[in-house]
Design a protein. Structure first.
Ligand code: HEM
Ligand code: HEM
Ligand code: SF4
Ligand code: SF4
Length: 428
């Protein structure tokens, strides 16, 4: 292993400078310890910097038996220059919910990856997976065997299927969490293993779970089905703690802005005047909230976490259809269910999800995201297929154009008309 060949990489080497941890430094150190893949990768990167073009060939279809996804195949288009990365496949490994590890697991994973792969990883992929960066086709089945038999870990998703679900830290570490995000994420992952491993959909589909509307996994922007915690009852107020914020004993936003002098905390200016619905006020020394008008935006709770807490009647809001720009433009998710109870085994949610899939799997065009199906066939069709009742909370504003469709049974007399009857009353 000792005979590793370093390439001349002047441009890449410039990225060793500065105070931000340098990926070049890390990769090179790994390479000098005997991983030629690392040095070849930096060599090919240098070539790409020079040409301002990628040097990976198009596509690549590899995987493991039984599964239709989980591995992203990739081949260098300059394999004679960088033979150790002629194959450079990426393996997606399903991460534990919220990415809590113990060192024993990580050590075992690294031993396996040092042995069978490049030693390079991405912790983590944007969807959430542990990403094992760079190995050869012949190693895929042995890696899969080791992952399942020794690490107790399965592959994540790729392709036109359910991708690896992910969630925020939730109740493990956050006082705002209205959901057991980890249990929900794990339950969905286990329940829909088949949909995750064997692509059966028109296109990809993602779940993300955030415990509150701060949405720390960006579910509303990056998942076809976003599950976001909320509450139905009143914000819990500790008036003594409110006074401690006003008196300066407690720092606003838990000290998040302490690197600059914003002056003494002013509850009127920083909380009450910023409430988007204007539903807060001071009555003498008491902070009051008109909870009927509160949209649960989290602002006041974020500013005074020791004084304000979400209510106790918790559940989730379900939003659907988020996607990146291709083809029909970027979408944030749109509200489908304002409030749903989230108790294991989450049957109500699964019932909804399966209705969504029934519709989309049947009607979705090839490579049409769920959000685009809604755009094409309408929100009304979405409601009809999922059995949801239209409610005002589903729209930001009512439509402004008058191109309203009615179904024949909603209109007296239906659509069948005889022009002769019309002419009998109106001469041509
Ligand atoms: C008593 C006489 C008339 C009545 C009651 C009438 C009524 C209407 C109504 C209800 C609309 C639809 C408005 C909308 O979509 O918001 C309309 C549109 C229109 N009318 Fe009339 N109209 C009359 C006479 C006329 C005449 C004499 C002309 C032309 C010589 C005309 C040309 C148009 C045109 C071009 C539009 C389409 C406007 C658009 O799409 O923006 N109308 N009319
Ligand atoms: C070269 C001549 C004309 C052109 C290029 C033209 C073009 C158009 C176009 C593009 C529309 C909109 C269609 C839509 O988006 O739904 C329209 C609508 C309309 N045009 Fe014309 N038009 C012409 C002549 C006329 C004339 C001479 C009249 C009446 C005397 C007329 C009456 C209307 C009316 C009433 C509508 C509204 C139809 C509706 O809302 O369903 N147009 N026209
Ligand atoms: S989304 Fe809410 S509950 Fe989850 S970690 Fe962020 S603030 Fe906490
Ligand atoms: S959560 Fe938002 S809307 Fe509700 S009271 Fe606080 S600032 Fe106002």
């Amino acid at each position: 292993m000792a005979d590793v060949k370093k390439h001349n990489t002047p441009m890449v080497d410039e990225l060793k400078g500065g105070s931000w941890p340098s990926f070049v430094d890390d990769i090179e150190q790994k390479g000098l310890k005997g991983k030629q893949e690392c040095l070849d990768l930096l060599g090919q990167l240098e070539l790409s910097y020079e040409h301002k073009e990628t040097h990976w060939k198009h596509g690549g279809i590899v995987g493991v038996f039984g599964y239709g996804g989980g591995v992203i195949g990739r081949y260098s288009d300059v394999p004679e220059k960088f033979p150790s990365i002629a194959h450079f496949h990426t393996i997606r490994l399903n991460q534990p919910s919220s990415k809590f590890y113990n060192s024993d697991f990580l050590r075992k994973m690294c031993d396996m990856w040092d042995h069978r792969g490049s030693g390079m990883t991405n912790l983590h992929g944007s969807t959430g997976d542990i990403v094992l960066l760079g190995t050869k086709t012949d190693e895929l089945e042995p890696i899969f065997y080791d992952c399942t038999h020794q690490l107790g870990a399965d592959l994540g998703g790729s392709g036109s299927n359910l991708r690896t679900p992910s969630c925020c830290v939730g109740k493990a570490r956050c006082e705002y969490s209205c959901l057991d995000t980890q249990d929900i994420c794990n339950d969905l992952t286990q329940t829909y293993q088949d949909e995750l491993h064997r692509p059966a959909f028109p296109y990809k589909f993602k779940f993300k779970v955030s415990g509150c509307p701060n949405d720390c996994v960006a579910a509303i922007a990056r998942s076809d089905c976003a599950i976001i915690g909320t509450w139905k009852d009143d914000i819990r107020i500790d008036q003594a703690a409110v006074q401690a914020y006003i008196g300066g004993e407690l720092k606003p936003n838990a000290g998040a802005h302490s690197d600059r002098d914003w002056g003494p905390f002013d509850i009127q200016k920083e909380v009450i005047d910023l409430c988007p619905t204007n539903c807060m006020w001071m009555e003498g020394k008491e902070l009051k909230i008109d909870n009927r008008e509160c949209t649960r935006c989290m602002h006041c709770i974020n500013v005074m976490p020791a004084a304000l807490r979400p209510g106790v009647e918790t559940g989730a809001t379900i939003l659907v259809g988020a996607k990146a720009p291709i083809l029909e433009g970027a979408q944030l998710a749109t509200l489908a269910i304002p409030f749903i109870r989230m108790e294991s085994p989450y049957d109500e949610l699964k019932d909804f999800v399966e209705k969504v899939w029934d519709w989309w799997m049947e009607e979705g065009k090839n490579r049409e995201r769920f959000g685009e199906l809604i755009q094409r066939q309408s929100i009304q069709e979405f409601l009809r297929r999922t059995g949801l009742k239209p409610i005002p909370q589903m729209v930001k504003e009512p439509r402004s154009n008058p191109y309203v469709f009615w179904s024949a049974d909603e209109v007296e007399g239906g659509w069948e008309r005889d022009v002769k009857a019309f002419r009998a009353r109106h001469a041509a």
